[in-house]
Design a protein around this ligand. Structure first.
Ligand SMILES: Nc1ncnc2c1ncn2[C@@H]1O[C@H](COP(=O)(O)OS(=O)(=O)O)[C@@H](OP(=O)(O)O)[C@H]1O
Length: 704
């Protein structure tokens, strides 16, 4: 979906000869009607060529003229009307989910717009009676789809006039029938490409079934009525079963006797008829996300909060009833349509007090079911929670992957976060790579600072945690936090992690930003050709079969049909060097002022200056004097930590390897390969107001 600017300019409609949009929606029909001739022609051409329809909404204002002609269409709009008895026209070809019927009474507001036309291309979808008797019957000559004396508030243009199919609404989506018709209009105009189908699954969860205060708990009569309602609902939703949840804490603790106190245990004959599910935070296999879908790291199937149609909580029962009473009204006119009609799976999280006191919960669901039966062709189903969860992830496979967020960023999450836990065991900044750019040297230098510390080592990946880019992510945030010490002073201590594979990873920026939105991000860039060569040498040192067998030139120039191990080595050499692509991805999730781009060549030749800039960027104190703490080790050929007594601590043999220089042929190949990407990188750095590293300037010279 793309939201176009309100200025009237059209976004590009095609890409590589293919249409980019299946449907165009104008929130304000006048923007469409008043579009300049060029844009309008372009749009019409696109709509006819790609068989794309248009939906438009007209909302009257006090300044609207009473009668309005839409430019270029044989259509007259009559604005600011009060209307009654809205009727769904049974012959409308658009109807799919919506059943014909009449919504009796006054329509909300007195600002309705109706459409009339002489052309057979228009058919009424909804029409209503004018309060004052004015309208099509009083002067206008109604077209074939229009009934005399009735005002068409939604019309369908069959495309017979100019080849474009449209559905036009004479008001917004505040009116519940408009929402139903919109679902059908989208499906119709996209030739069912964007369709929701007619199957809907409903699950009603009644939580904390034994927790209510005395006098509000369910008594035996309440349970019997609950069962009667369940039976009644089964006539519309096969096998419908209420799901009762309890925490276990209150089970078996009270009397079964209903005299004034209500149930603390369910009478055993009834238990067989109602499905009990245990509290998801403790025992369950599946949970309907009562509060914190992002927090669970136990092996449960957590549905995202969007699966929830509505929820109440257990605390003050009077507030509940009030909330629920309002909710019912809300249900009647709005929520019923927007959630249950448009969500394939609706989970209603309700509580004991919606059933044990005035039984408003039952009232709601009986009405919901009868509303859906009267107004829609939906087929209602239910499934036990675990099966429903599987169904959910079958329908929405992209939601299988969790996105962990910081539990302490949301008060509700923080309140239920274990007392023994802290959110301070998370990094304040990250060195994200890419590999072979000097990340280990930077890591070592950072650790020399008295206020900076890193994670504990991983038995598998040593100093790198590699959480955001691998399956470790599915081990959850508890697993991640265990790698970090509890800081002795949260404000002054800087925890960080360095995982050099985060940089080119598709998933990492989104995941990192969800958990660590305020973190600072440090990346190092060297000439991507040198980076590629260093990786090749790294793999040779690790006796990688392809690296030993093939020359560097063979690797970088391998063709698509080459052996898999060669192709895999090739992409590990080349892909991380597409710097602008990866950086743009990080910059869509992190603001530019949280991202520092270091010239890796400068870190190698002048580390003290770079480390001063890093300290400034992080805002870390006290200032650490790296010019005194680092020294150049001629034997190693790199800068190293200066220890007491003049000794040095350098990186191991695997960093700063000795290998022959790159063949000129490979050099030339890579300069060509990275040319465009380097140009893009220079534009990006320019946009960020950052200086160009010397290696990039040299590469750009070659372009000219
Ligand atoms: N001070 C210091 N000491 C040693 N090495 C240094 C230093 N500064 C930068 N470099 C360069 O760092 C290159 C290795 O980069 P990384 O640490 O990012 O490699 S890795 O991704 O962690 O394997 C390594 O690459 P190679 O020369 O190819 O081994 C070095 O060139």
């Amino acid at each position: 979906m793309e939201i176009a600017s309100g200025k009237g300019d059209l976004p590009p409609l095609t890409e590589k000869g293919r249409g980019r949009y299946s449907l165009i929606i104008y929130e304000n029909l006048l923007k469409y009607a008043h579009a300049d001739t060029w844009n309008r022609q372009l749009l019409h051409q696109y709509c006819t060529e790609y068989r794309v329809g248009i939906i438009g909404f007209y909302r009257s204002t006090e300044n609207s003229p009473p009668l309005l002609k839409l430019r270029g269409l044989p259509l007259v709009l009559r604005t600011n009307q009060a209307l009654w008895d809205c009727c769904v026209v049974s012959s409308s070809p658009l109807l799919h989910l919506t059943k014909p019927g009449t919504d009796r009474g006054a329509l909300p507001g007195e600002d309705w717009t109706s459409f009339s036309s002489n052309h057979s291309t228009y058919q009424a979808v909804l029409h209503a009676r004018a309060k004052d008797g004015a309208g099509a019957g009083s002067g206008d000559n109604p077209g074939p789809g229009f009934s005399l004396g009735l005002q068409a508030t939604v019309v369908q243009d069959m495309g017979l006039y100019d080849g474009v199919r449209r559905v036009l609404f004479g008001q917004g989506l505040g009116y519940w029938l408009h929402r139903l018709i919109l679902v059908d209009a989208i499906s119709y105009l996209t030739n069912r490409k964007l369709t929701l189908g007619l199957d809907r699954h409903i699950l009603v969860d009644i939580d904390d079934i034994f927790v209510g205060k005395e006098g509000t708990r369910m008594n035996t009569k309440d349970v019997k009525v609950l069962l009667d309602t369940q039976r009644q609902l089964r006539s519309q939703i096969s096998n419908f079963t209420f799901n009762l949840g309890f925490s276990g804490k209150f089970y078996h603790t009270g009397a079964q006797h209903p005299s004034g106190h209500g149930l603390r245990r369910c009478p055993s004959p009834l238990r067989a008829s109602i499905r009990f599910t245990c509290s998801c935070t403790r025992l369950g296999d599946v949970c309907g996300t009562s509060r914190s879908p992002a927090l669970k790291s136990t092996p449960t199937l957590n549905l995202p909060a969007t699966a929830r149609a509505s929820s109440t909580t257990t605390s003050c029962s009077t507030r509940f009833c009030f909330e629920l009473r309002n909710r019912i009204r809300f249900f009647r006119w709005q929520l019923r349509c927007s959630s249950t009609c448009t969500s394939k799976i609706s989970i209603f999280m309700t509580h004991l007090s919606n059933y044990g006191n005035d039984r408003l919960g039952l009232y709601t669901f009986v009405h919901l079911a009868s509303f859906l039966r009267s107004w829609t062709n939906l087929k209602l189903h239910t499934l036990p929670p675990l099966q429903l969860a599987h169904k959910y992830f079958q329908l929405f496979p992209e939601q299988r992957n969790p996105l962990w967020q910081n539990p302490c960023d949301d008060k509700r999450h923080k309140d239920i976060w274990s007392k023994e836990k802290t959110c301070d065991r998370l990094p304040k900044f990250m060195v994200i790579g890419p590999q072979k750019t000097g990340t280990t040297a930077l890591y070592l230098f950072l650790l020399m600072h008295p206020s900076i510390s890193s994670n504990f080592p991983s038995p598998k990946t040593y100093e790198e945690v590699q959480f955001f880019n691998t399956n470790n992510y599915h081990k959850g945030i508890d697993w991640y936090m265990e790698f970090f010490p509890v800081p002795s002073n949260v404000t002054t201590d800087f925890l960080f992690e360095k995982s050099a594979n985060y940089f080119p990873s598709e998933e990492s920026p989104r995941r990192a930003a969800a958990l660590l939105p305020k973190a600072k991000i440090i990346t190092l860039l060297i000439n991507p050709s040198d980076r590629a060569y260093s990786w090749y040498q790294h793999q040779r040192a690790h006796e990688d079969h392809a690296a030993l067998q093939f020359t560097f030139y063979d690797v970088i120039s391998a063709r698509p049909g080459a052996p898999a191990d060669l192709r895999s080595l090739q992409s590990r050499c080349l892909i991380p060097g597409l710097y602008s692509t990866h950086l743009e991805r990080w910059l869509t999730y992190y603001p530019a002022n949280q991202v520092m781009i270091i010239d890796g060549h400068q870190l190698r030749t002048d580390p003290a200056t770079v480390m001063d800039e890093v300290q400034k960027f992080l805002g870390v104190t006290p200032h650490f004097n790296y010019s005194q703490a680092l020294t150049f080790d001629p034997q190693k050929g790199f800068w190293c930590q200066l220890l007491e007594g003049g000794k040095t601590k350098c990186l191991g043999k695997s960093k700063g390897r000795k290998y022959p220089p790159m063949e000129p042929e490979a050099h030339a190949y890579l300069s060509r390969y990275y040319r465009e990407h380097n140009v893009e990188l220079s534009k990006l750095l320019h946009r960020l107001g950052q200086p160009l590293p010397s290696w990039l300037r040299e590469e750009l010279q070659k372009v000219r």
